[in-house]
Design a protein around this ligand. Structure first.
Ligand SMILES: [Zn+2]
Ligand SMILES: [Zn+2]
Length: 356
């Protein structure tokens, strides 16, 4: 454990911590002892209370050889120690952090857009993440959690902020009918915020039964099984017109074309799905319909603050999205299982069970 508070000389005394560590692609995570995260002077060390498993973790673990990496970027924790160049945080504070380590001084940071930070580091990818007992984070990237928020809430702030930013990018007006493609954690969070924002019909398309049910629980007003129905005509039979706004929350090849095909003329497509392989589209449909296509990435700082406030004021409830909780030792098996279709939405790991 660190001794910044006790030693003005700021000597960090390390002690091994347990973490779930990435092996070679397609191998399960391994629980191992790794070095204690050594904080920079402007960082906090957190005792990790909960960390969500993200679809991008599942994808990255098999897509790139990154042996030794500790993933995990959707988390909350309790401050163990605060570096000498931090202020406003003390041991025992419960916080959540951006999933991006930012510099706090560049144009991106100063305009509240963390993914545009010129010196950004992705937590759990370019620096160690929170599938571990402890994690170091930039104090400037942290937000205190109100007492009413549990660790489950704290770990859901990041994915909810991503959903909120997507809805922000969509620019909806109250009463707009929306088609959401995909009811995974992002699609479900988008449905939740669309409901909150006063959308009209919120129609979610997903081929998996339990995902559609979950989307309806948190915000969808209707759902479509795209394996059983023509999406455009199913939407039209629900709302009276083809979709004018389509939000893509899947991120696999073919989905962009699907958006162009199902949408009405003059429509708007918002792409939140992160497709990491080449994807072919036939532009003519998008051209003749004069579509607007825009993309959405991560969140703004204000999305974190608003998400925390809305949970604190009991105006949104993300907990139906949490479908499982595992210990660090149970994580490797569950992580593997999540790579195949399961009934899970968001699974949280609690690396320090019993702590809070
Ligand atoms: Zn994520
Ligand atoms: Zn910056």
């Amino acid at each position: 454990m660190g001794v910044y508070a006790a030693a003005p000389a700021a000597v960090w005394q390390t002690q091994p911590v347990r973490a779930a560590v990435l092996q070679q692609p397609n191998e399960p995570l391994a629980v191992a002892e790794v070095d204690d995260p050594e904080p920079r002077p402007d960082e906090l060390v957190l005792h990790v209370d909960a960390c969500g498993v993200c679809g991008s973790d599942l994808h990255l673990s098999d897509a790139f050889p990154l042996p030794g990496l500790v993933m995990g970027h959707e988390f909350c924790g309790t401050v163990l120690d605060a570096g000498p160049a931090t202020s406003g945080f003390a041991a025992g504070d419960r916080v959540t952090a951006l999933s991006l380590r930012t510099c706090g001084t560049c144009a991106g940071c100063l305009t509240g857009r963390p993914p545009k930070c010129a010196n950004v580091e992705m937590i759990g990818f370019q620096r160690p993440g929170a599938f571990a007992e402890r994690v170091a984070v930039g104090a400037g990237d942290c937000f205190k959690l109100p007492d009413a928020l549990t660790a489950q809430h704290g770990a859901m702030i990041e994915p909810l902020a991503v959903g909120l930013h997507t809805v922000d990018r969509a620019g909806i007006e109250p009463g707009d009918d929306v088609l959401v493609l995909g009811a995974g954690p992002v699609g479900a969070a988008v449905a939740l915020w669309l409901r909150h924002a006063g959308a009209g019909e919120i129609v979610v398309s997903d081929p998996v039964d339990h995902r559609r049910a979950l989307a309806e629980e948190v915000g969808a007003t209707a759902t479509i099984d795209p394996a059983a129905a023509d999406v455009r005509s199913a939407f039209e039979s629900i709302t009276g017109a083809p979709p004018r706004l389509v939000i893509e929350c899947v991120g696999v090849p073919g989905l962009l074309q699907h958006c162009f095909d199902v949408i009405d003329v003059d429509g708007r497509v918002v792409v939140a799905g992160v497709c990491m392989t080449p994807d072919q589209v036939l532009p003519v449909n998008a051209v003749t319909k004069e579509l607007d296509v825009r993309f959405s990435f991560y969140y703004r700082t204000r999305d974190y603050k608003h998400t925390i406030a809305m949970i604190d004021h009991e105006r949104i409830d993300p907990l139906p999205l949490v479908t499982g909780e595992v210990t660090l030792d149970e994580l490797p098996d569950r992580f593997q299982a999540l790579k195949s279709p399961t009934v899970d939405c968001k699974v949280l790991v609690t690396p320090n069970p019993g702590h809070r």
